[in-house]
Write a protein of this length. Structure first.
Length: 161
């Protein structure tokens, strides 16, 4: 019988190591690609907060400005000093594109007030040059009221111009 060479032992060790590496890789790939019984995690953006409807006594109106072209006036009244702030979002169709304007991260401060008027330009402005959004016939208004205790409520309505 012929003694085994160290080259044969090294080759067997190399093939054995490759087989183990292949098995580990296959297991990892299977775990990543195999369907899971766990539900997919819900992305934060997909969670829609449902707020209660705002007090029915609050009056909201939206009209075209008589003084400024392509501008609407959002008028909210009967707040009865119950609210600290109001956030707004106006969306509309302009030549087949959905566009919008919102109060951003700074809602309107209304503490101790019965109401407010806000002029909103329907268009885009950059470096003191404004371009109007044309063909706007209907505006959807969504308001988020925050009362003095921090509780939120909502109002939404479509207005024909």
């Amino acid at each position: 019988m012929k003694p085994k060479s160290t080259t044969d032992n090294k080759m067997k060790l190399l093939y054995g190591g490759l087989a183990v590496l292949l098995a580990i890789t296959g297991f990892v790939v299977y775990r990543v690609l195999a369907p899971s019984n766990e539900p997919a995690p819900v992305k934060e953006e997909e969670v829609t907060e449902l707020l209660p409807q705002a007090d029915a006594s609050i009056a909201v109106n939206l009209t075209l400005s008589k003084a400024k072209p392509n501008t609407v006036v959002l008028k909210v009244s009967n707040l009865a000093s119950k609210y600290a702030s109001v956030g707004y979002e106006l969306t509309y169709d302009s030549q087949g594109l959905i566009k919008g304007v919102n109060s951003g991260s700074k809602p309107i401060e209304v503490a101790s007030q019965d109401g407010f008027d806000r002029e909103v330009y329907l268009g885009t402005c950059s470096r003191n040059v404004c371009k109007p959004d044309l063909g706007v016939a209907k505006v959807s208004v969504a308001l988020e009221f925050t009362d003095t205790a921090g509780k939120k409520s909502q109002f939404s309505k479509d207005f024909d111009l």
